[in-house]
Design a protein around this ligand. Structure first.
Ligand code: OOG
Ligand code: NI
Length: 463
């Protein structure tokens, strides 16, 4: 019998993100409301701005504009992280970037599993921001040990999911039938569990140590804690949330609104309080609640070089030193204006940004360029004479200060705690069983390759 053809990993990722979206909308109705608001705002933005519509039409599938771009999970053990890496690899998602959040008061370190090459991102850019709990940051040794024991007893992947991952690794992919089973089996890992795996007293102890610790340790699996569609106008969605009965977090994270968008802007609605049952030793259930799941939106801009990122970090630091956003939103307007003020120092013009070496660009030969007599020209000359054009490379990754803001507003803003900054990428990579891709190197490679392609094309065609 001939082997059935394999489904592409990109198509499996596409199917998985659609399945996750449907599940989450059903589990968290407020998320469905957010999706409706995002779709309405995106539609209104496109109606208002025909130029934007035309440019998106040329480069992307318009009917997918409002789809999810990322989600997030929090894992409890090294073995879970290692297995999760293999699961995501089946969907063409690989670990990019290392984020230490201990510095920001959250006892985790993280990476983002995502598609890496441009063609794969175009099919579906869905990423999963994946955090690993740092048990070593729990101060109380008894509690640390109890948490470790509880976590080591759970198994977050079904036997079927593990078998299909092994099959995919052996055969270089999955058939359509197996891929459908894989999506269903893996989806189960991300499901919400209404019954906790610890008793109420233990939950309360974990919660007192840190809400995030309670969120990871008390449940049978790493429930997806948010999904994040793309919006074309994040400020409009932020403003529109209360009108739809959902409470936005106090401020939009990231850079201010600009003519030339940089990096990533994000905001979310505050996590909902959900009913949870806690089993006691006799098996009876006590009722309590837990707050973890929310919805987020994102709007992306250009990827910055290390120099651009350093400038971004400095300006953000200055704004925050001036006005620290309060959790209740009382100084949101002051924070917005502090950001605008400090980011006035960040060039807001594509060519200025490029010439200052602040951002990464993709260079291409203009469609009907006249290439005669240009064989020896350098890239700047080719740009000047209009033979080569440049377009910003979109930032596909995350920002630690923003991520901390998202974590905190959804863990209860009162619970901000101090941990000594303790980045440990080596330890993370050992747990992962792989190194993470450095995002700056990756963007630099894309840029360099595009320049080399232009120069080669001009040399060939001008010869
Ligand atoms: C992840 C928060 C980080 C983002 O968009 O920066 C994140 C979490 O709360 O688990 O998703
Ligand atoms: Ni997020």
């Amino acid at each position: 019998m001939p082997a059935s053809p394999l489904m592409s990993s990109d198509a499996i990722r596409d199917a998985f993100s659609a399945a996750m979206s449907a599940m989450y909308r059903q589990e968290v109705p407020a998320y469905g409301t957010l999706m409706e608001l995002v779709a309405d705002v995106n539609e209104a933005t496109l109606r208002r701005d025909p130029t934007l519509r035309a440019s998106l039409q040329a480069t992307e599938t318009l009917d997918r504009i409002s789809q999810e771009r990322h989600g997030a999970i929090r894992l409890g053990t090294e073995a879970e992280l290692a297995m999760m890496r293999r699961v995501f690899a089946v969907m063409g998602m690989f670990p990019v970037g290392y984020y230490d959040l201990s510095e920001a008061g959250v006892p985790v370190h993280s990476t983002a599993f995502r598609a890496v090459d441009a063609a794969a991102l175009t099919v579906n850019p869905f990423r999963v921001f994946t955090s690993l709990l740092r048990l070593d940051l729990i101060a109380d040794p008894d509690l640390r040990e109890a948490a470790r024991e509880t976590l080591s007893a759970r198994c977050i992947f079904s036997g079927g999911a593990v078998a299909l991952v092994e099959k995919a690794e052996r055969d270089g992919g999955l058939s359509h039938t197996d891929a459908a089973r894989f999506v269903a089996e893996v989806l189960d890992t991300f499901r919400w569990h209404e019954v906790a795996s610890v008793n109420l007293a233990m939950y309360q102890r974990l919660h007192a140590a840190h809400r995030l610790i309670a969120d990871v340790v008390s449940f049978k699996g790493p429930h997806i804690n948010h999904l994040t569609p793309r919006t074309l106008d994040i400020d409009a969605v932020q403003e529109g949330m209360p009108g739809r009965g959902i409470t936005p977090k106090a401020v939009v994270e990231g850079p201010p609104s600009r003519a030339c968008p940089i990096l990533l802007r994000q905001t979310s609605f505050k996590a909902i309080e959900e009913r949870v049952s806690f089993p006691d030793d006799a098996g009876a259930l006590a009722t309590g609640s837990h707050t973890a799941r929310f919805g987020e939106i994102e709007q992306r801009g250009i990827a910055l070089t290390p120099k651009g990122r350093a400038l971004y970090d400095r300006l953000l630091g200055e704004a925050r030193a001036h006005v620290r956003p309060a959790a209740d939103g009382s100084n949101a307007e002051a924070y917005r204006s502090a950001l605008e003020h400090s980011f006035a120092a960040f060039p807001d013009d594509w060519d200025a940004l490029r010439l200052a070496g602040l951002g990464y660009f993709h260079y291409s030969v203009a469609p009907d360029a006249d290439l005669s007599n240009l064989g020896a020209a350098d890239i700047e000359t080719l740009i000047k004479v209009g033979v080569v054009r440049f377009d910003p490379i979109v930032y596909e990754d995350f920002l630690p200060v923003s991520a901390a803001g998202i974590f905190q507003s959804n863990l209860g803003d009162q619970s901000v705690q101090d941990f000594a900054a303790s980045p440990n990428q080596k330890l993370f990579e050992t747990a992962l069983g792989a190194t993470v891709l450095n995002e700056f190197d990756h963007y630099a490679r894309i840029e360099r390759a595009s320049i080399e392609r232009c120069l080669a094309a001009v040399r060939v065609l001008a010869a």
